[in-house]
Write a protein that binds this ligand. Structure first.
Ligand code: NDP
Ligand code: 2IT
Length: 452
């Protein structure tokens, strides 16, 4: 039995109650098979087995009081996965579906994503099964304080640097950073995604969505195509989706869909910059639902209870590019087959693991250019890395400087994945290229440290 088969079997047995984690481990290890033969030293050192085991998992109680004086208890997590190449780095997710399996899959993926950025960042992830939806600002504030009253002892600018993810944006980072600063009495780069006035970086809010589109443009460019005039399907309507729409517009493409957990809007006339401003107000200020898009733009259609991918499948929409930017496992085999039928030439993942294993197979077998999450959405964490650099240097770069660095990083990631796939005899398999390239950097560092 190969070591990779042995490790996958062990994870399936030991962590059988963690389906998302098993899925992520399978996705990564299956593509690392060529490294087993080429680098026997990795097998001897059992790197494959060591890398799937987190350095540590922290789980804690978060007790907080709502506006009516009722007491609530949530479960908080921080998985410090691997710090071979830099301090642990990765987001915090607040969503009722958060559990150990979800946080471990995200933390595991983050190791390789962060390695691909070329910046010195290890992998970690955290969060809580708290639902910010429908809570007042004060309730969110009390929750964030309670969460940080435990998390603070596990993090630090050279130890572990959290950021945002689903349900954690500028408001939540503000509360958590404020609390950390007060109890530790240090103003330091311990979180990223901070507000501009207190250590944040320009372009960090835009970075993930912009980066996904830069990555897509790179994939298209290396195949003699570009974004201009392409019809784009985008899922989600949060941070990543909003800026994926914006950058698609900058590149002359035509985004026509957005969604949330209640349903999907399709605007065949195109979501313009003006319409996007309304979505940003609706989601970020009013904290409303995407269905309300029709209040202002009644020519659009709303499909209650359906994802973007359900709608494409059921309504036979014609799409050129798909950018899933909502959550994990949005796209199943039947959706992927519908994308092939719809004429899609590229899928790039803004969300983490939005495509299940069977959907990925459909993309690869049908020659769809597939930009996997750890490559395509790495612009967010890369710009977090640039925020850390600016904090250490105690200065702030301009918008243009940060955007230029982001574009260069996305191009490097594309080129690295592209070349690595070629080198291993699987041209255009960006998944294999990204996984092997990210893994090898971390594996070499782990080998250098000896047996630990
Ligand atoms: P937000 O909280 O800003 O937005 C999340 C969006 O996805 C909302 O529209 C939300 O709808 C929708 N969504 C969340 N959960 C579900 C679900 N179970 N079913 C259907 N829709 C859902 O988060 P982000 O935009 O930051 O994150 C989106 C994705 O991008 C995540 O996978 C995240 O891990 C990934 N990502 C984020 C990065 C970042 O920098 N923020 C960096 C790299 C990846 P609703 O409002 O109804 O909840
Ligand atoms: O999944 C991700 O890469 C993020 N949520 C961003 C992490 C970060 O540290 O900026």
């Amino acid at each position: 039995m190969s070591m990779i088969d042995e490790v996958i079997a062990k994870v399936r047995e030991k962590d059988k109650d963690q389906p998302e984690f098993i899925q992520a481990v399978t996705e990564v290890l299956e593509t690392l098979r060529p490294t087993e033969e080429k680098y026997p030293e990795l097998v001897k050192a059992r790197i494959y087995e060591r890398i799937v085991e987190p350095d540590r998992v922290v789980m804690f109680r978060v007790t907080w009081e709502d506006d009516n004086g009722e007491i609530h208890v949530n479960r908080g997590y921080r998985v410090q996965y691997n710090n071979a190449i830099g301090p642990y780095k990765g987001g915090l997710r607040f969503h009722p579906t958060v559990n150990l399996s979800v946080i471990k899959f995200l933390g595991f993926e983050q190791i390789f994503k962060n390695a691909l950025t070329t910046l010195p960042m290890g992998g970690g992830k955290g969060g809580a099964d708290f639902d910010p939806k429908g809570k007042s600002d004060r309730e969110v504030m009390r929750f964030c304080y309670a969460f940080m009253s435990e998390l603070f002892r596990h993090i630090g600018p050279d130890t572990d640097v959290p950021a945002g993810d689903i349900g954690v944006g500028a408001r939540e980072i503000g509360y958590m950073y404020g609390y950390y600063k007060k109890i530790v009495n240090e103003h330091t780069g311990v979180l990223t995604g901070k507000g501009l006035d207190y250590g944040g970086s320009l372009i960090r809010p835009e970075a993930t969505g912009y980066g996904v589109v830069y990555f897509t443009a790179n994939m298209l460019g290396s195949h003699g195509k570009d974004m201009a005039g392409k019809v784009v399907a985008i899922s989600g309507s949060g941070n990543v989706a909003q800026y994926a729409v914006e950058k698609s517009l900058h590149m002359g493409a035509k985004p026509i869909t957005m969604s949330d957990s209640n349903g999907t809007i399709v605007d065949e006339e195109g979501i313009t910059a003006e319409k996007l401003q309304y979505v940003m107000w609706l989601k970020n200020v009013k904290r409303g639902r995407i269905a309300e898009y029709l209040d202002k733009y009644p020519n659009a259609k709303y499909y209650a209870g359906k994802s973007v991918w359900d709608v494409i499948r059921d309504e036979n929409l014609k799409i050129d590019i798909a950018l899933p930017c909502a959550t994990q496992n949005e796209i199943h085999k039947d959706h992927a087959e519908a994308l092939v039928k719809a004429g899609v030439i590229a899928v790039a993942e803004g969300a983490n693991m939005p495509s299940d294993l069977e959907a990925i197979k459909v993309y690869l077998e049908n020659g769809i250019l597939y930009g996997p999450a750890k490559a395509a959405n790495a612009g967010g964490v890369a710009t977090s890395g640039l925020e850390m650099t600016q904090n250490s240097m105690r200065l702030q770069w301009t918008r243009e400087e940060v955007d230029a660095k982001l574009q260069q990083i996305m191009k490097n990631i594309h080129d690295t994945a592209y070349k690595t796939a070629m080198e291993f005899g699987q041209p255009d398999n960006y998944l294999l290229g990204a996984n092997i390239a990210g893994f090898m950097k971390v594996a070499r560092a782990m080998l250098a440290y000896g047996v630990m």
